[in-house]
Design a protein around this ligand. Structure first.
Ligand SMILES: [Zn+2]
Ligand SMILES: [Zn+2]
Length: 226
């Protein structure tokens, strides 16, 4: 006969070696396990049975009997690898911290000095942004870890949060310092005071390019000076 039945195909795909691997993968995915990163690439895994094992992900080791006695890639190792791939726990060398602005969880290098911001909140120095209130283009100097209601605007005695055009933004928003870009072709003598000042904004007031619909083509006409 030149064909196989469905049951023959099923048996063929469940060859012994493959089936054990499949079962471990399936258990790794389906069973209740609590994974806690301990740092240095080591993760504590509490299994469904209540046993607690230690997984060394870079070393490919686990303290469970399945790994210790059979030297196999056990379900705990697989589970930790899955959770790292899915972004549920930090990869080796990184740790989970709270974003200083929104409080959301973000992964950073282990022992990196704070404050830490998530990708959404952090604006990089030199990044062009748009003031949502005026549509003006600005260039980020730095994202600070100070709150809008803590930072006083020099010369006027009110905080960034209390400044009239900032009423619609969070009082505890991180303050971002930004400058107005200098139009290309302006000489040093043509610079206006606002070109030389840093301005403080609540993070929410500054939009990334692409977050606002206004035509951004004018950006090409500007050069940035520090
Ligand atoms: Zn294990
Ligand atoms: Zn954030």
């Amino acid at each position: 006969m030149g064909h196989t039945t469905a049951s023959e195909r099923t048996r063929a795909s469940l060859a012994p070696a493959a089936s054990l691997t499949d079962v471990r993968s399936q258990r790794a995915r389906m069973e209740r396990m609590a994974v806690t990163p301990l740092g240095g690439g080591v993760y504590e895994v509490e299994s469904q049975s209540g046993n607690v094992y230690s997984v060394d992900l870079p070393g490919g080791r686990c303290t469970c009997p399945d790994h210790t006695f059979r030297q196999v890639r056990c379900k705990h190792l697989r589970r930790v690898a899955m959770e790292v791939n899915e972004g549920l726990v930090p990869p080796p060398g990184e740790e989970a911290v709270a974003c200083a602005n929104c409080g959301g969880e973000t992964f950073v290098e282990e022992n990196a000095p704070g404050p830490h911001f998530c990708e959404t909140c952090w604006l990089a120095p030199g990044e062009p942004v748009v003031d949502r209130e005026t549509g003006d283009l600005l260039v980020v100097v730095r994202t600070t870890d100070r709150r809008a209601d803590e930072v006083e605007i020099s010369g006027i005695g009110v905080t960034v949060a209390d400044y009239s055009t900032n009423e619609g933004y969070r009082a505890d928003d991180a303050v971002v310092e930004a400058m107005y870009p200098v139009p290309a072709g302006l000489g040093p003598d043509d610079l206006k005071p606002h070109h030389l000042r840093r301005y403080s904004f609540p993070r929410g007031r500054l939009a990334r390019r692409g977050e606002v619909t206004d035509d951004q083509s004018e950006l090409a006409d500007f050069a940035v000076v520090e």
